[in-house]
Design a protein around this ligand. Structure first.
Ligand code: FES
Ligand SMILES: [Fe+2]
Length: 344
């Protein structure tokens, strides 16, 4: 039987690349007192926090009969199934079957477990690939590593494939149309050309005729174990000191028709200006930014899943084409490695 490699690659892009760290939750959502269920690349996972603060993540599937462990309870750092009480630890090993003395399930490694790390108020899970079974470094944007910037993480679930969210970020030209009614994005010309430049780790896509008036450019940084995007939203003087607002975005594939976006909204401010920006953000700006994000969500959710089969790209879609090419190349490498092993 011949294998349709192209279809496998397309399918891998659509589901989400393996060998990646993906943010799945805000740190505050993962507690020591109750489990937290998530979906990532179509797989249901459960997370919970141990007493030492570290986080466990295993398949959300009870080894007994498949009940969701995320409906269960935490027992001394392990997770107990709500259905008949089976207890599993963070390595996915059954530690106790309370209903049945000396049950043969005890001590069995029954579930896959996943590496977890936390950064900047978000919980990241590593999904291994054949060639990268162990997680490479999670490379975070400099804005979230140093102390110069301060900001807020917002997350949202969008009922659309994650590729649309990435396409949207790689497409600065939509700012002055889709967001033309908004606080800071109403400015600038509605006609332009786009330019794409390679960077050390990815690419920078920008309007040619206008920079600094609107959402005019976006940059993608791509590493062996993760990717993210950043862009600036110009701020008028009314928004206080600190210059533009920088958005750093990660996009997580939940399943083929759902994604979760993680956006940090940041400003480079210190001292009193830092406090006043944080206050202003909470009091006034946050709601405005939500309105902008909702415009993106509604637009993307309204597009058919297979829109790309009939679309007609033009010069402005340089960034869209490049992000797709990056995903397709990575998926091709993964599928080829898997096929090579399967053929051995
Ligand atoms: S299904 Fe979980 S204990 Fe039975
Ligand atoms: Fe947008």
């Amino acid at each position: 039987m011949s294998i349709d490699k192209k279809a496998l690659i397309e399918d891998r892009v659509n589901t989400g690349l393996l060998g990646q760290w993906y943010p799945v939750a805000k740190s505050v959502e993962v507690k020591t007192t109750k489990p937290h269920g998530v979906k990532l690349l179509g797989q249901k996972l459960v997370l919970w926090r141990k007493g030492d603060g570290s986080i466990n993540c295993v398949e959300d599937f009870c080894p007994h009969r498949g009940a969701p462990l995320s409906y269960g309870e935490i027992h001394e750092g392990n997770i107990g199934c709500r259905y008949h009480g089976v207890i599993v630890n963070g390595e996915g090993v059954v530690v106790r079957v309370p209903a049945m003395p000396e049950c043969a399930m005890e001590g069995r490694k029954a579930l896959k477990n996943f590496h977890v790390t936390e950064h900047s108020d978000a919980v990241f899970v590593y999904i291994p690939s054949l060639t990268q079974p162990e997680p490479p470094e999670l490379v975070m944007p400099p804005e979230l590593v140093g102390d110069d910037w301060t900001g807020f993480l917002c997350t949202s679930v969008w009922e659309t494939n994650y590729r649309y969210a990435l396409d949207n970020l790689a497409d600065p030209m939509h700012g002055c149309y889709l967001h033309s009614e908004s606080f800071t994005l109403a400015y600038g010309s509605k006609q332009d050309l786009m330019k794409l430049d390679k960077t050390d780790n990815g690419f920078h896509v920008t309007r040619v005729g206008q920079v600094g008036d609107n959402f005019d450019w976006a940059e993608f940084a791509v590493f062996p174990g993760n990717m993210y995007c950043f862009l600036d939203i110009p701020y008028p003087p009314a928004a206080g000191p600190g210059g533009n607002m920088r958005i750093v975005g990660f996009t997580t594939p939940v399943d083929e028709t759902t994604c979760k976006v993680f956006f940090w909204r940041l400003r480079k401010v210190e001292g009193i200006a830092r406090d006043s920006w944080r206050f202003l953000y909470r009091a006034q700006l946050e709601e405005r930014h939500w309105n902008v994000l909702e415009q993106d969500r509604v637009m993307l959710e309204g597009m058919p899943d297979d829109a790309r089969k009939r679309e007609m790209l033009y010069q402005h879609d340089l960034g869209v084409s490049r992000i797709r090419q990056i995903l397709t190349r990575a998926a091709k490498e993964q599928i080829e490695a898997e096929l090579a092993v399967a053929a051995e």
